[in-house]
Write a protein that binds this ligand. Structure first.
Ligand SMILES: Cc1cc2nc3c(=O)[nH]c(=O)nc-3n(C[C@H](O)[C@H](O)[C@H](O)COP(=O)(O)O)c2cc1C
Length: 273
């Protein structure tokens, strides 16, 4: 099948999924000798218009794992505003060294329902947004090499296609429930209502947190206020150059401590073609 363009399409609050999608898509475009276009739909302003694709597109579609599935607040956009129109797609999830559980299965099912034909899928382990103790520094050079070799295998597969491929087989159940985060006591850690705090001795009121928040949840006129829905993505915490944002919710901190106690052994990346 003739691919005329590679498109990297991704949602990435703290940057791992952005790096992963772009590394794969850049290699794919180079191998196939076609142009690359990028479409980041992280911020609310990036999600105002629907996205249309063509049968000549090969789309690297990447999202992070949240509670073992996809970030649920982004699903309405991904389900209703993204139209594959017969394009080929590679489903990619990143995960923070606990598990991607059912996220890749959910992504591939959503892409097929959106009108894409999935040709490959992958899960890449990356630094956990909640803590540097899990997979710090990943994706690293070895991960990058694995992303490039994954892309080379996709290019070969696509070049050999004479017809629309069967959906790629990936592990997991798209209909499975979300992972329930636990605290150090082994009980469910309930931090749905937690919001970032602001250290006013560090904050310079630059407004970056409000501009970058994927949910548009932070009041730009007073960045210490979070009137909107916080999804705990850590964008404000990770992107604040003054380190003025932090979480102090006890249930959230207990979950992070539980992750640090139990999930430090490095996980492998997994690819499916
Ligand atoms: C709210 C939330 C839930 C998460 N849930 C999981 C999870 O279930 N399993 C896991 O391994 N990592 C989990 N992570 C870690 C992210 O999947 C990982 O850090 C990802 O690479 C972040 O992508 P980004 O840098 O593009 O935002 C979670 C992170 C957040 C913010």
């Amino acid at each position: 099948m003739r691919v005329e363009r590679v498109r990297a399409v991704y949602w990435s609050a703290t940057g791992n999924t952005d790096k992963t999608a772009n590394t794969i898509a850049e290699t794919l475009a180079e191998k196939l000798g076609v142009p690359l276009e990028r479409r980041n739909f992280t911020r609310p302003s990036d999600r105002r218009e629907p996205m249309e694709f063509d049968p000549g597109d090969l789309v690297v579609f990447a999202m992070p794992t949240y509670a073992g599935k996809l970030p649920n607040k982004m699903l309405p956009f991904v389900r209703e505003q993204i139209h594959g129109n017969g394009a080929l797609a590679v489903g990619v999830v990143t995960f923070g060294n606990r598990s991607y559980d059912n996220a890749l299965a959910e992504l591939c099912a959503v892409l097929e329902a959106d009108g894409f034909h999935t040709v490959a899928g992958a899960a890449f382990a990356c630094r956990h947004a909640f803590t540097d103790v899990l997979a710090d520094g990943r994706p690293d050079w070895d991960d990058k090499r694995q992303m490039e070799s994954f892309a080379a295998r996709i290019a070969d597969k696509v070049a050999g296609l004479t017809d629309i491929p069967a959906p790629v087989a990936v592990p997991g159940d798209p209909a499975a429930p979300y992972y329930v985060p636990k605290g150090t006591d082994g009980q469910p850690a309930q931090f749905l209502k937690a919001k970032p705090q602001t250290d006013l001795s560090r904050c310079t009121d630059c407004g970056a947190c409000a501009r970058l928040c994927p949910m548009g949840a932070i009041n730009p006129s007073n960045v210490a206020e979070v009137p909107g829905t916080c999804i705990k993505c850590q964008c404000c915490v990770r992107k604040c150059t003054k380190h003025a944002k932090y979480f102090d919710d006890p249930a959230f901190l207990s979950h992070v401590a539980m992750l640090e106690q139990n999930f430090t052994e490095l996980k492998e990346n997994e690819v499916f073609l």
